[in-house]
Design a protein around this ligand. Structure first.
Ligand code: 13P
Length: 253
């Protein structure tokens, strides 16, 4: 059975003190899910809050994600953070290939592929984001765009390595816009993604968690999460407070 993973991507929000506060609130809100083995909860904080975030969620179901990494071991890369640095402080997941990084920072599929490999080689889990622009959808190119992102982003990975990778489908037109993909549209695209994963990784494709992201909120989470190929969510805005985020987590139960 695939694991359902509900992850929050805080983007460039929250100070260290705010992070500790929200994580403590969240721990109280989701006490009831401790011990349910098929659900995972992840929060992606800014780099500055990672270390305290890891300490705050110790002995709870919540795991901590970074939102980026540089795919080199160490060296003269001013301003960058290596996978070993993240691993060293207890980070377990790294969000990679987010559309904001692809669009604003011009990250290519091959650069994202390097990052995925670097994260895996330090035994952390990449949350690999893909998704189309509105023009792609309107031009009927969703399958083409998604297939290219998946094939190039996950190039040369083994089926075994893929067991640690989470895929997050985030249609760009739905991010931060309040326009969620309908459950039917999301399910259809998730199914297409799983077909590409099957072509690449065979039966392992059935074990890969594919999250939906893009204006997932407490009021639409249940319908989205009940779709057959939607195995969790990657949540931006609604992950910034413990009440909304815990309501989404509970919608997955
Ligand atoms: P919103 O939930 O704010 O639409 O953001 C989604 C997202 O980009 C998560 O990575």
């Amino acid at each position: 059975m695939r694991k359902t993973i509900i992850a929050g991507n805080w983007k460039m929000n929250k100070t260290n003190n705010e992070t500790i506060q929200i994580l403590n609130d969240l721990k109280k809100e989701i006490k009831e899910i401790e011990g349910i083995s098929n659900i995972g909860v992840v929060i992606g904080t800014p780099f500055t809050a990672l270390s305290d975030a890891v300490k705050t969620v110790e002995n709870s179901v919540i795991k901590i994600a970074a939102q980026n990494v540089y795919p080199k071991e160490s060296g003269a890369y001013t301003g960058e953070i290596s996978p070993a640095m993240l691993k060293d402080i207890g980070v377990e997941y790294v969000i990679l290939g987010h559309s904001e990084r692809r669009d604003y920072f011009k990250e290519s599929n091959s650069f994202i592929n390097e990052k995925i490999k670097a994260v895996l080689s330090h035994n952390m889990s990449p949350i690999f984001c893909i998704g189309e622009h509105l023009e792609d959808r309107e031009a009927g190119k969703v399958k083409e765009v998604i297939t290219k992102q998946v094939k190039e982003g996950l190039a040369n990975l083994s089926a075994d390595e893929m067991k640690k990778v989470i895929v997050a489908y985030e249609p760009i037109w739905a991010i931060g816009t309040g326009k969620t993909a309908t459950p039917e549209i999301a399910q259809e695209t998730h199914e297409q993604i799983r077909e590409v994963l099957k072509e690449m990784f065979g039966e392992t494709s059935k074990e890969i968690t594919i999250q939906y992201g893009g204006s997932m909120k407490p009021n639409n989470a249940k319908e989205l999460l009940s779709q057959k190929d939607i195995d969790g969510g990657l949540i931006g805005g609604a992950s910034l407070n413990a009440k909304d985020f815990s309501a989404i987590i509970k919608a997955a139960l």
